[in-house]
Design a protein around this ligand. Structure first.
Ligand code: C2E
Ligand code: MG
Ligand code: MG
Ligand code: MG
Length: 279
């Protein structure tokens, strides 16, 4: 009896595994098709300088217009893309599209802004990554100083030596570097000092309960001081309320990004937004 139950359990188990493997294959196929048929698109979220009030940069965020499921957010497909290696070509597409779009905004007469692009570990670790960045700039005609790459602490910490080397090569190209989701990883102070980055992005999880949560208030304040000690600019992500903004401004935070300023929006809408005070 026990044997039978055991056998049944094994059968159920293998069946489920097979079903899951099958579903994953299907998803992977879908991702491939999405890339081939450009079902991906970018939205752009403004970043505001707290001193001047100016929108000086935008973060490019990928979305997938799925023929049946509607708009799919990156949290739902980037992990699979990373797992299957599709993040290479998808990441290239993002980088090139963001560079081209930023150049197009400039050509349309808007005051120049920086476009910030998220980079996955697997992308960053590819041998020719720096050349691909250079190619995206070259092809679009965008000057390197109008591109920023967002790296996470965990990406860097996977192989610090290698990462620092790559970061220096990117720095030589002239692109800016930022550390995304700062505070959620575990980079030590001594390693942070070695990274040629210009900005820290305080993770949304520390902003969410500001100003009420005293732990988060302490963390946010500490990250801002740390960033300034290292002569970095500090931006807070996920700012949704006036109270959060006021707290961050008082704590000396340089810049903010979040729904309070604007949700991520399409290129056209961003152009209209940037145009407002000028055109
Ligand atoms: P992230 O780089 O930390 O991006 C910020 C996320 O916070 C975005 O989610 C943005 O829409 C969301 N957000 C911004 N302001 C607020 C706010 O005030 N409140 C709340 N609740 N959320 C806010 P999204 O677009 O879903 O992206 C999620 C993550 O997916 C990103 O986190 C990034 O890690 C990744 N991602 C997005 N685009 C790309 C891409 O092109 N390549 C790669 N490798 N990863 C990407
Ligand atoms: Mg980011
Ligand atoms: Mg982030
Ligand atoms: Mg994040």
């Amino acid at each position: 009896r026990a044997k039978e139950i055991g056998r049944d359990a094994v059968q159920v188990f293998t069946f489920e595994l097979a079903a899951r493997a099958h579903e994953k294959l299907e998803r992977q196929e879908e991702l491939r098709r999405a890339l081939a048929q450009t079902e991906f698109f970018l939205q752009y979220q403004p970043q505001m300088d707290l001193v001047t009030g100016r929108i000086f940069a935008v973060e490019a965020l990928i979305r997938w217009r799925h023929p049946e499921r509607g708009i799919v957010s990156p949290g739902e497909f980037i992990p699979l893309a990373e797992e299957t290696g599709l993040i290479g070509p998808i990441g290239d597409w993002t980088l090139r599209t963001a560079c081209r779009q930023n150049k197009a905004w400039q050509l349309s007469g808007l005051p120049p802004i920086v476009v910030s692009v998220n980079v996955s570990a697997r992308q960053f670790q590819e041998r020719d990554w720096v050349e691909r960045v250079a190619a995206a700039l070259e092809e679009s005609g965008l000057e390197a100083r109008y591109l920023e790459l967002e790296l996470t602490e965990s990406l860097i910490m996977e192989d610090v030596q290698q990462a620092v080397e790559t970061m220096h090569r990117l720095e030589q190209l002239g692109v800016h570097l930022a550390i995304d989701d700062f505070g959620t990883g575990y980079s030590s102070l001594s390693s942070l000092k070695r990274f040629p980055v210009g900005r820290l992005k305080i993770d949304r999880s520390f902003v969410k309960d500001l100003p009420g949560d005293s732990d988060d208030a302490a963390i946010a304040t500490a990250v801002i001081s740390l960033g300034h000690l290292l002569q970095l600019r500090v931006i807070a992500e996920g700012v949704e309320t006036r109270e959060q903004l006021d707290f961050l401004r008082a704590a000396g935070c340089d810049e903010i990004q979040g729904y309070y300023i604007s949700r991520p929006i399409d290129a056209m809408a961003l152009q209209a937004l940037l145009c407002l005070p000028h055109c």
